[in-house]
Design a binder for this molecule. Structure first.
Ligand code: ATP
Length: 353
């Protein structure tokens, strides 16, 4: 049984369809991120799952049991859900122990004490049991907030942009720790973020959202190499963009023809090629194309190089390549380029009916 399943869930604020026919299920121990631009409905989905927003359409189940539909609306405190929301700050007048014990009133005093300690040990904060929130750093407060959410051993944890206030250097460490703790407990997690790198770093699967709908739900590597549409493709890195026309299952690109069996003959297409999909090559088997360097920029671990590919006409094609920074070719240099076909995508440019 999934820890959480949303079935055809919809929610309107007045005329605005904030969540539009969303279905999603999360297994125990699975970590799913909702990723999308501001206002696409991510937080509303979390609030519907938690029971903080009355359900208007669809069904919400937890562990197979209906917690919300047309006739049932289980209140938030009766759902086994832990929350770490930006606006759910720690109680400033309670110390760390009391903050965490707050949600454990169903346990005996002794059990409560040992659960608080055990949970603080899990998040590496046992030494701060007596501390008050204002004496803790942002990262420490975030760990305590996570401890407070998981101490009652909920089946589901909902995280809403939990790391957005943290120092960049701290973030990867606390992201790793958060995933480890939730996996150790076998907790299902749904996290909202608008940071694609954060979603890829943490999630088993990512749901890409736009205007209240899930556009694609897949693993980070599937989203990167098999985006469902240009919107998804653009989320995970910079792209070279070209127009083309499908000709009997193939489309011409600066690097030679690409197969496009699913696009009808004669249809206009968008060709998207990741910057890191343009590789330095050798002219073997006639696959490479000769290009000349326009400009190179050293960006630390990588370099970004602009190339011009002559096509015999006045309108030369321009492509950008993300290369190892050991390679910073000078302007004017001629180089053979190849394409990593896994990082080239062709989409029909016809409007969706
Ligand atoms: P963000 O990344 O900015 O937090 P989000 O993807 O989480 O955005 P939601 O907060 O779910 O988006 O909001 C979805 C849409 O619903 C937005 O257009 C928002 O303005 C609107 N909305 C959210 N809550 C309310 C409310 N209580 N009353 C009216 N409109 C609301």
């Amino acid at each position: 049984m999934p820890a959480l399943s949303l079935e055809n869930v919809s929610h309107r604020f007045g005329k605005l369809a904030a969540v539009n026919d969303v279905s999603l299920s999360i297994e125990a121990g699975e970590f799913i991120c909702l990723l999308g631009p501001s206002g696409c409905g991510k937080t509303t989905i979390l609030r519907l799952a938690a029971g903080l927003e009355p359900l208007q359409g669809g069904i919400v189940r937890m562990g197979g049991t209906v917690v919300a539909d047309r006739s049932v609306e289980t209140p938030p405190e009766e759902r086994s859900v832990g929350l770490v929301f930006q606006d759910y700050a720690l109680f400033p007048h309670l110390n760390v122990e009391k903050n965490i014990a707050f949600g454990l009133s169903h346990l005996s005093r002794g059990e409560r004490k040992s659960r608080v300690l055990e949970t603080l040990q899990q998040v590496g904060m046992a030494d701060y049991i007596e501390a008050y929130p204002h004496t803790l750093s942002g990262g420490q407060q975030q760990r305590v907030a996570l401890a407070r959410a998981i101490a009652p051993r909920p089946k589901l944890v909902l995280l809403d942009e939990p790391f957005s206030g943290l120092d960049v250097r701290l973030r990867n460490q606390i992201r790793d720790e958060t995933v480890r703790v939730l996996k150790e407990n076998g907790t299902a997690t749904l996290m909202v973020t608008h940071d694609p790198e954060e979603a890829m770093f943490m999630a088993d699967r990512i749901a890409i959202m736009r205007e209240g709908k899930i556009i694609q739900l897949a693993t980070p590597s599937e989203l990167y190499t098999k985006p469902a549409d240009p919107f998804v493709a653009h989320f995970f890195g910079d792209l070279n963009e070209f127009d083309g026309v499908c000709d009997n299952g193939q489309v011409a690109t600066p690097f030679g023809p690409l197969n496009t069996p699913s696009v009808p003959h004669g249809s206009p297409v968008n060709i998207l090629i990741r910057h890191e999909g343009v590789l330095l090559g050798e002219k073997v088997n006639g696959t490479g194309v000769e290009a000349s360097v326009l400009k190179s920029r050293m960006l630390g671990r990588t370099s970004l190089v602009d190339f011009k590919i002559p096509n015999g006409l006045s309108n030369d094609l321009h492509v950008k390549a993300r290369l190892e920074s050991a390679v910073i070719p000078e302007a004017g240099k001629k180089i053979v380029l190849e394409l990593d076909q896994r990082l080239a995508f062709v989409f029909s440019a016809l409007p969706i009916e």
